[in-house]
Design a protein around this ligand. Sequence first.
Ligand code: ZN
Ligand code: ZN
Length: 186
Amino acid sequence: MSKILCPFCFEQFKSSQTLFRCINSRCSGQAPDKTYAKYQGLLSAPKLGLSFAPREGGIKKIAGLFQGPREVSCPTCQRPTPKRICPTCHYELMYDAGRTKERTIAVIGGRSAGKSIYITTLIHCLFNQVGTNFNAGVMARGDLTWNCYQNDFYKPLYEEGRLLLPIQTAEVNARTKTPMVFSGDY
Ligand SMILES: [Zn+2]
Ligand SMILES: [Zn+2]
């Protein structure tokens, strides 16, 4: 069974341990998610779809022998859901988490060493020169990653020609921990 590394809390778990979240907005199982709130640093728990482990008989679609279920039915409303979440922090996983080759890149350096500038130029290079030279397609995964890269990194540095603001530590601002996810085809 393949393993998944949560890009938010960095806990590693087996595909089979992944939880699911019901996506039916009328499901009576919706409840404040205290686990999600704790890891996101929220003071009050947002009301979210029921989180649950797949159970026997609830599995609708299998992704592959070693990749766990693709869709399971909610134990409360019986509607199928494909939304998978981390069993530790309840962060929503990419639909293909654990089903493709994944690499987590960490850049280590002291405060104000230029880590954010390095990451910004690295992504810019991957989008442009490297992509062209290796005939590879590099894409941001989802609006969250794209907006974060554009507004917090690319625009200040490349369009406005100014240095990036220091990133707040994860203790001060949990949003700092929200990962930027990119995919490449080559
Ligand atoms: Zn997690
Ligand atoms: Zn439900």
